[in-house]
Structures are given as structure tokens and as C-alpha cells.
Ligand binder design. Structure first.
Ligand SMILES: N[C@@H](CCC(=O)N[C@@H](CS)C(=O)NCC(=O)O)C(=O)O
Length: 221
């Protein structure tokens, strides 16, 4: 049975789902969608994901969207004993907490990043303060841990690490958060698929940002 993953490289949630696929060595057909060309708004795609977002997983008859649910499903279905999504209720709860935390953190961060990267304006000060507060909290949560929830890599790490390409573009200095920096460096160095999935060249960014600016009618300063 074939598994399709609808995906876009500039989408952190898509990259998180793809890293889970790679970590679990699952064979998939990667279906690239160009969001700036509206490929997520076609009747065919809306039929499988009426929320018109990426990623979406199609596993036989089963269709699932929302990246965190996809990551959890892949572990439950294809690697139920993997420490990537631990079975122990307390360990699993800490992974779930991080996935819930990063859901709201990513919403904060994407507002700030969209202002900086696409609109080319300074984001509102209160939004920047909220993002900085979340980074500080994340730094505390990681502490001396190698990974977000302790000694094992989990889907919490794969979900959160997808923010790193945005940080470089948005000029956020992780040196202010040394534990976050060390954690991000660890994942970049040790995940064999990290570079292939998460490194986006400056030329690719520039092209993408131009397309979004055109769509949004944004005129950067
Ligand atoms: N909570 C969703 C967020 C997915 C999401 O926002 N995807 C964006 C790209 S990063 C998207 O597809 N946007 C297109 C749209 O909303 O029409 C998840 O984790 O899968």
C-alpha cells in the first residue's frame, strides 16, 4: 500500500512530518505542492484536505492532516515501540506537552517572522516580547537535556527544530538562549536527513519571499 505525503519545503509542519517519515524509515511518495501557485486550493486537494494546508498524509484509504497528528499516527501505526513517541504515559505526556506548547509558539513566531521576512517591517513590540518569553521558557525546559524531553530524540524535537530556517531569515540570535542553541546544533549535526530537509538556500528564500510579496501586495521598506 502506498503512502503519500503532500508537502512544501517552506512549511515547518511539512518538514516535521517528513523528518518523522525518514526517522522511521517509512517509504512514501512525496507530493510537492507549490502554495504560492495555489496548488493547495485545487478541487482535488480540497477533497482530501478541506483546510487547504500542508502537510497531508494519505495512507491507503486513510487521510490525515495536522502535522502533530501525522507524526503521532506514523509512530503509533508503524513503530509502536519506538522511543520517538514513547509508550510510557509520563514520557508520552511530556512529548505531548511540547507538541502543544510548540503549536502556540509557532503561531506567535510566524506572525513575527512574516512581518520581518515578507512585509519587511518591524513586528509589534508586544509580539516580539511574547516570542522572546517563549524562547526563554524553552531554554529553561531544555536545561541540560540533550533533547527536549530528556535523553531520547522524540517527535517533540522534530516538530520544534523546523523553526531554525526561519530564525536565520528573521535575524533571531539563538546565542541569547544557549540551551536552545546547543539543542539545535545537536539535531543539525546528528540527524542524517537534517540538511536535505531543513536547509533552504538564500536564493530559494528570495524567490519564495518575492512570490508571497506579490500575492500579499506587500511593499517592503
Ligand atoms: N497546524 C498545522 C499548520 C499547517 C500550516 O499552517 N501549513 C501552512 C504552511 S506552513 C499552509 O499550508 N498554508 C496554506 C493555507 O493556509 O492555505 C499543522 O501543523 O499541520
Amino acid at each position: 500500500m502506498s503512502i503519500d505525503l503532500y508537502y512544501n519545503k517552506f512549511s515547518g509542519p511539512s518538514r516535521a512530518a517528513l523528518m518523522t517519515v525518514r526517522q522511521l524509515n517509512i517509504d512514501i511518495n512525496l507530493k510537492q505542492l507549490d502554495l504560492s501557485a495555489g496548488e493547495h486550493m485545487t478541487p482535488e486537494y480540497l477533497a482530501i484536505n478541506p483546510n487547504h494546508k500542508v502537510p497531508t498524509l494519505v495512507d491507503g484509504e486513510f487521510v490525515l492532516w495536522e502535522s502533530r497528528a501525522i507524526m503521532q499516527y506514523l509512530c503509533n501505526r508503524y513503530a509502536p515501540d519506538s522511543t520517538l513517541y514513547p509508550k510510557d504515559p509520563k514520557k508520552r505526556a511530556l512529548v505531548d506537552r511540547s507538541l502543544n506548547f510548540d503549536f502556540s509558539f509557532l503561531a506567535q513566531l510566524s506572525e513575527v517572522m512574516a512581518a520581518k521576512i515578507i512585509l519587511g517591517i518591524e513586528p509589534p513590540a508586544d509580539k516580539v516580547t511574547a516570542v522572546n518569553g517563549s524562547f526563554k521558557l524553552l531554554d529553561q525546559l531544555i536545561g541540560d537535556n540533550r533533547y527536549i524531553t530528556g535523553d531520547n530524540l522524540t517527535i517533540a524535537d522534530l516538530s520544534l527544530v523546523t523553526i531554525t530556517p526561519y530564525l536565520e531569515q528573521g535575524g533571531i540570535d539563538l546565542n541569547l538562549y544557549p540551551n536552545v542553541q546547543r539543542w539545535a546544533d545537536t539535531l543539525r549535526d546528528e540527524l542524517p536527513y537534517y540538511e536535505e530537509i531543513n536547509i533552504i538556500s538564500q536564493a530559494e528564500w528570495d524567490t519564495q519571499v518575492e512570490k508571497y510579496r506579490a500575492i500579499m501586495g506587500a511593499k517592503p521598506e
